[in-house]
Ligand binder design. Structure first.
Ligand SMILES: Cc1cc2nc3c(=O)[nH]c(=O)nc-3n(C[C@H](O)[C@H](O)[C@H](O)COP(=O)(O)OP(=O)(O)OC[C@H]3O[C@@H](n4cnc5c(N)ncnc54)[C@H](O)[C@@H]3O)c2cc1C
Length: 470
């Protein structure tokens, strides 16, 4: 056993496995990277310590953003990748590198088409609601509207691909390197540490949301807040890169969510809010404009008494939200409650009835007169009308968005911008495109950087290998 993050190649006595490309982490980034490298002829070893497939990708909503797809064109939506990139930059106030946002957005339509045509991931354009900050319908999601379906389709494609070998239950321990050039990976499998010789290594281990000390260090406002991502996201990939001299950026960036049902622990789709639902605190009062983004709204919610809010909506919103499996789960768990009057709804959740009535009437008045409401939210023009529904929710940390700095080819770079030879990263290991803090996260930035960098890294590795061989 060894605790070393970087092992010199000369210290490796025997190589148990050999591959052109070792991909550490078999979530969305890792599987897309493996498939992309394999279809260009590379022999890939895909490693994951988890056997259950409980990664962030499988827990996600499976919403993949792209501007300029054939699915948008078929729906009459004329949007370019650059339009999409500008919305990412607008959301993060121009904090993230412009070239990376543009590179990922320009790749996104091809990514979506490739996912559908090659690994046979069934996706459709979501055209019934827009996420905060999206001016166009651009989310492409599995028909089931779940990351579990996305994960399962990618996993099936990985199993069909002859050039990919999968090693589950293999805990990545560190990198093997020779004078700064990566040449393999060490993995703990059972009691033994084994070595994988690889000409390229792709880090796809996600970020550090599941590592409370690192969260407290980099994102103190989320310390102690419910964590809703995959348990295995403990930040090792970032530490390995740092140990080799990689630059890091945006370590304080993250996605939070303002709508996890309590009790029940199920994510309530933010479509409920975007279609006109509101949140009140235990005092029956609104506390922030919910539509600015679920990530920053979560921070406002985490400051409310008991970190609790009650999400109030009506029948049309309820009916539409039923398309989301998570929302249906909340209904089945009995945590979504219905009442014919505001007073009865207040009674169901222990809220002050008079204050809740004032709050709902204030929201409705703003929507009747098309004026911004008391928290500055733009009117939808549709007041809430009985019967009313509500669910009690809390805030959660979903995933981190800071990590190793990569270039447009997903190569990990040092502070002076030089690529570390043979090392790539994507998804939560890599510094994201959401700027600092929670507010720069535009919905979809998670899977865009996971699947997008995965596709870019896999292809770049395979092409570099072909060049090196010729
Ligand atoms: C509830 C929820 C909803 C979301 N919805 C969306 C959405 O709709 N759209 C969107 O864009 N984003 C969404 N996200 C964010 C998105 O899921 C993530 O950004 C993305 O899945 C990250 O992908 P990844 O491949 O980097 O990580 P993961 O999918 O988590 O994969 C990482 C893998 O690495 C493995 N691993 C970790 N450490 C080691 C190690 N030392 N050795 C071996 N293996 C290791 C893990 O077991 C895991 O399988 C959501 C996230 C959550 C939690």
């Amino acid at each position: 056993m060894t605790d070393a993050l970087i092992i010199p190649a000369e210290a490796v006595r025997s190589w148990e496995y050999e591959a052109d490309v070792a991909v550490v982490g078999a979530g969305g980034c890792g599987m897309v990277a493996a498939l992309s490298a394999a279809e260009l002829g590379a022999q890939v070893l895909l490693i994951d310590r988890d056997r259950k497939g409980a990664c962030n990708t499988a827990r996600s909503g499976g919403m993949i953003p792209a501007g300029g797809t054939r699915f948008q064109r078929a729906a009459g939506i004329a949007e370019s990748p650059e339009d999409f990139a500008l919305e990412i930059l607008a959301k993060n106030g121009g904090q993230s590198p412009r070239d990376l946002a543009f590179a990922l957005c320009r790749r996104a339509p091809e990514l979506v088409h490739w996912l559908v045509d090659r690994p046979r991931v069934r996706l459709e354009l979501v055209t019934d609601f827009k996420y905060p900050g999206h001016t166009e319908y651009r989310m492409h999601a599995p028909l089931e509207r779940t990351g579990a379906a996305l994960f399962a389709m990618l996993r099936d494609a990985v199993h069909r691909e002859a050039n990919i070998q999968v090693a589950l239950g293999a805990n990545g321990q560190g990198l093997v390197a020779d004078r700064g050039a990566v040449g393999g990976v060490s993995v703990e499998s059972g009691a033994a540490v084994e070595f994988v010789r690889a000409r390229k290594v792709i880090l796809a281990l996600n970020g550090f949301g599941g590592n409370p000390p690192l969260v407290a260090q980099h994102i103190p406002e989320m310390a102690g807040v419910l964590y809703f991502g995959g348990e295995e996201s403990t930040g090792e990939g970032i530490r390995w890169g740092q140990a080799l001299g990689a630059a890091t950026a945006f370590m304080d960036a993250y996605q939070a969510h303002a709508s996890v049902a309590q009790p029940g622990g199920t994510l309530v789709s933010y479509a409920v809010i975007m279609q006109g639902g509101i949140q009140v605190n235990r005092l029956g009062r609104r506390f922030a404009d919910e539509t600015l983004g679920y990530s920053e709204h979560a921070v406002a919610l985490a400051r409310q008494p008991d970190r609790i809010a009650v999400e109030v909506f009506d029948q049309p919103i309820y009916d539409q939200a039923l398309q989301f499996p998570d929302f249906r789960a909340c209904v089945e768990q009995g945590v979504v409650k219905r009442a014919t009057t505001v007073a009865r709804l207040a009674g169901l959740f222990g809220l002050p009835a008079a204050e809740l009535a004032r709050t709902v009437e204030s929201y409705n008045a703003a929507n009747r007169t098309l004026a911004p409401d008391e928290v500055g939210r733009r009117p939808s023009g549709r007041p809430l009308s009985p019967p009313l529904y509500a669910v009690q929710v809390t805030a959660a940390l979903i995933h981190t968005q800071g990590g190793l700095v990569v270039n447009q080819h997903a190569q990990v770079v040092t502070p002076d911008g030089s690529p570390i030879p043979n090392l790539y990263a994507g998804g939560g290991v890599a510094a994201g495109i959401s700027g600092h803090g929670p507010a720069g996260y535009l919905s979809g930035n998670g899977l865009l950087t996971a699947l997008g960098y995965g596709r870019i890294a896999g292809e770049h590795c395979a092409r570099a290998l072909a060049r090196e061989r010729s």
